[in-house]
Write a protein that binds this ligand. Structure first.
Ligand code: 5CA
Ligand code: ZN
Length: 409
């Protein structure tokens, strides 16, 4: 699958900072120490509806990770998937009478446009679940042949007990896991499973649903978690630096994915850090396609809002916080964008070297974008109050904001 075009990242003077970031598995901040090529896997959309502000906020967080790494002169090997076959997608297509492949293609195309408009750097590999099926089948066969998976009425389940590290990503107890499993695509009530939490690896073909040749597994389609594992192992291998997504993916998705990969390879860990963004709400409830309480990026763009203002609205919140999208959030971001644009349009200002360091330090400290924005605000306020004679300052501020925050002034 093709991704979307990259916006240019201006080079900045001096040296970027190493990233410290909150890791769900350890429950604290860890210092990431990627090699010259940093490796990150970010879970992509299930394309049955347009990109909403919650998705955009999550992708913004991982775009910052990429920008911080690029600033340390590393290359970034970024992989993202598209869950282009899944129950909610098929259900939506059924309801609207759409062809499910056409629905997935249309919404994925819109996602690319939204990501481009928001200046999110593209993944190096953008991979669909459907195109990955030939690589998934042998993984499920291997798990089954190793005794880590078993059959139940034609479906194949992963046995969570086959991974000694199961539970270490989310750190949840069995009762909490069971609740979340039922809420988030699992089937803990199904009879005959060895453990109620065991997730499906391969679902035997159902009437009226798409299915693929699964070799010795029979016709069917893959379970959700193994899709991301197959893509990550294929393009990144074990022990990559960060697996990212919203906090609703910590369990079961990232927990199960880690266990699948660890059972498959005998190695640990799958990812060195599991990083989760908070949930964006609307009217007091998590924005979600299933509830329909959504503000779409594309709708706000169509209303004439500058995408840079949308980006500033996202950056005004710490990525780990749960927060609420409101009209005020957007109008404050628009006012900030106007102030910043006016400031960098002036021929000179106070020196900005300290500002560059402040933005670098803020982002390196668990992606503290609100503090980064406050430092740019402070520079613009100084310029307003005292002028300044540094003719290179407005350009440096503009390049800092572009390279590290993805906002073109
Ligand atoms: N396709 C799977 C991942 S493999 C999936 O979760 N797709 S999604 O379209 O439902 O979500 C895409 C990303 O947006 C996920 O990382 C999810 O955690 C995040 N996300 C979904 N809703 C919100 C929200 N309200 N606030 C913040 N992030 C959200
Ligand atoms: Zn995923």
């Amino acid at each position: 699958m093709h991704a979307w075009p990259a916006s240019e990242v201006p080079a900045l003077p001096g040296q970027g900072r190493g990233l410290r970031i909150h890791d769900t598995a350890t429950g604290g901040r860890v210092t990431l120490d990627p090699g010259p090529v940093a490796r990150i896997y970010v879970c992509g959309i299930t394309p049955y509806d347009a990109t909403h502000m919650g998705h955009a906020a999550t992708y913004n967080a991982f775009d910052l990770v990429q920008r911080v790494w690029l600033d340390t002169k590393r290359q970034v090997h970024y992989v993202q998937n598209v869950t282009d076959v899944d129950d909610p997608l098929l259900e939506r297509a059924d309801k609207t009478g759409d062809d499910w492949t056409a629905l997935a293609e249309r919404e994925t195309a819109l996602f690319r446009e939204d990501m481009t408009a928001l200046r999110m750097l593209p993944p190096r590999h953008y991979i669909g679940a459907v195109e990955s099926i030939p690589g998934i089948v042998p993984l499920v066969e291997r798990l089954r042949d190793a005794g880590a998976a078993y059959e139940l009425d034609g479906d194949i389940y992963f046995s969570v007990e086959s991974d000694a590290h199961f539970g270490e990503v989310s750190g949840l107890d069995a009762a909490a896991m069971r609740l979340l499993s039922a809420e988030r695509g699992g089937d803990p009530e199904r009879e005959g499973k060895k453990n109620p939490l065991d997730p499906m690896l391969w679902m035997a073909a159902r009437d009226g649903e798409p299915s693929w040749d699964g070799g010795s597994l029979g016709r069917g389609r893959p379970g959700w978690h193994i899709e991301c594992v197959a893509i990550a192992l294929d393009h990144l291998g074990m022990g990559f630096d960060v697996q990212g997504g919203g906090s609703d993916l910590a369990f079961p998705h990232h927990e199960m994915g880690a266990s699948h990969a660890q059972a498959l390879t005998g190695e640990h860990p799958f990812a060195r850090a599991y990083v989760h963004a908070g949930m964006v709400a609307l009217n007091g409830e998590k924005m979600s396609k299933s509830k329909g309480n959504l503000v779409f990026v594309s709708t706000v763009r169509r209303d004439g809002t500058d995408p840079a203002a949308i980006r500033l609205a996202l950056l005004a919140h710490h990525y780990r916080a749960d927060w609420e999208w409101t009209d005020d959030v957007l109008s404050e971001a628009e006012a900030r964008l106007a102030r910043w644009r006016a400031a960098v349009s002036r021929p000179d200002g106070p020196p900005a070297d300290a500002l560059l360091e402040a933005v670098r330090n803020a982002l390196a400290d668990d992606l503290d974008s609100p503090t980064a924005l406050a430092s740019v605000d402070a520079w613009a306020a100084d310029q307003d109050a005292d002028g300044g004679t540094d003719e290179s300052a407005p350009g440096l501020v503009s390049r800092t904001v572009d390279a590290l925050l993805g906002v073109a002034l």
